[in-house]
Design a binder for this molecule. Sequence first.
Ligand SMILES: Nc1ncnc2c1ncn2[C@@H]1O[C@H](COP(=O)(O)OP(=O)(O)OP(=O)(O)O)[C@@H](O)[C@H]1O
Ligand SMILES: [Mg+2]
Length: 418
Amino acid sequence: MPLPALAGKMFLAELGLDGRLRPVPGVLPAVVAAEAGIDTVVVAAQNVAEAALVPGVQVLGASSLVEVIIWLRGGPPPSLPAAPEPPPGPAPALAMAKKLDLAEVLGQAEARLAAEICAAGGHNLSLLGPPGAGKTMLAERLPTILPPLDTAAAIEVTSIHSVAGHLTPGSGLMTVPPFWAPHHTASMAAIVGGGSGVIRPGAASLAHRGILFLDEAPEFHRDVLDALCQPLESGEVVIARASSRAVFPARFTLVLAANPCPCAKTAGPGTSGCSCSPAARRRYLARISGPLLDRVDVKVRLQPVSRRDMLYDRKFAESSAVVAQRVVAARERCAARLAGTPWRMNAEVPGTVLRRMFPPRPAALTSLDRAMELGQVSARGADKIVRVAWSLADLAGQGEPGADQVNLAIGLWLGVTQ
Ligand SMILES: Nc1ncnc2c1ncn2[C@@H]1O[C@H](COP(=O)(O)OP(=O)(O)OP(=O)(O)O)[C@@H](O)[C@H]1O
Ligand SMILES: [Mg+2]
């Protein structure tokens, strides 16, 4: 091979024993990482569209090593030039494909408001309530009120899905925030990442810059739930092996849904029909550990949908499009305030920065002071409450949170009941 012919070129494929080139996962982040000295990338035909998502790099698709060698020795280039990029398709956005809308959730005003706050500020959310109250329904509709990802975030998210081998050829950049809802039987590796052999990102990373929804949260393995505490704090997952170490981004919004008891028969008001003892109920909810709940900024207790809302309400609630507009406006206000910092959403701002740069007026904080004095709110809780209060102010178009917003944020932190 003439050495100069290799300058500025990257080759990225699996080589079969017969000389054929096969696609590999992780092409997008590899090409992003190589950008500096590399102007041409040669990949297997199936990876051409993915590599071509990176601007400013020439991509060649080859089907065999022979083609590549002929080209490097001065012959014609491999036969498959970069295919035209198909329109960006929202790959994992099942929610979008099913055309879900927030307007379909009747009643549940508090829970809808909570969803809006979480979308605006990136706050973690828990929904506790009886079967059939609309917990799953509401969570599945959260993506419909989230703004699309900007290009940098879209490349990040698509890269993770590429490494995981989830990307369908030609699906384009993922511009819709991911919504990832693993089943409660999922293993530790499936949730936080790892696995035997090649280290793969888990649901926490696949939900990066989107939503990780744990439906029936108490049914998840306890250690799996606890393992989520660390990425919730740091925004990344670190997997260390004897020989290697992998770091995956994992800045997701956590949404938990749970029934108040294991028999899930608390359908009516109160607990009629439920045969669980109070102790059994406590044990069930205690499976979501204190440290994890401490990281959930907004906790909502749903009541069963009332007959009136379900059968006779013809006003219908606001549609996703209307709510999404308020969310975008709130996010823009927040991003303007955080300009020049590495953060974009209220939920991301570290506590120390929050207290130094964005403290609410002392007059707004009297009830928080009181709640802390009573031991109802931890130090982490106090920071989370202030963050949610900022999101409420952003949604309301106010310059800073007032006492009303702090009070509402305390209620949401402690867990509102209708
Ligand atoms: N607030 C609501 N507005 C309209 N329909 C609702 C509402 N709540 C429940 N439903 C109806 O009941 C069905 C079940 O709702 P959903 O799956 O969200 O309940 P859930 O709270 O997740 O219950 P479970 O605890 O059993 O998982 C929905 O598909 C919908 O048809
Ligand atoms: Mg459900």
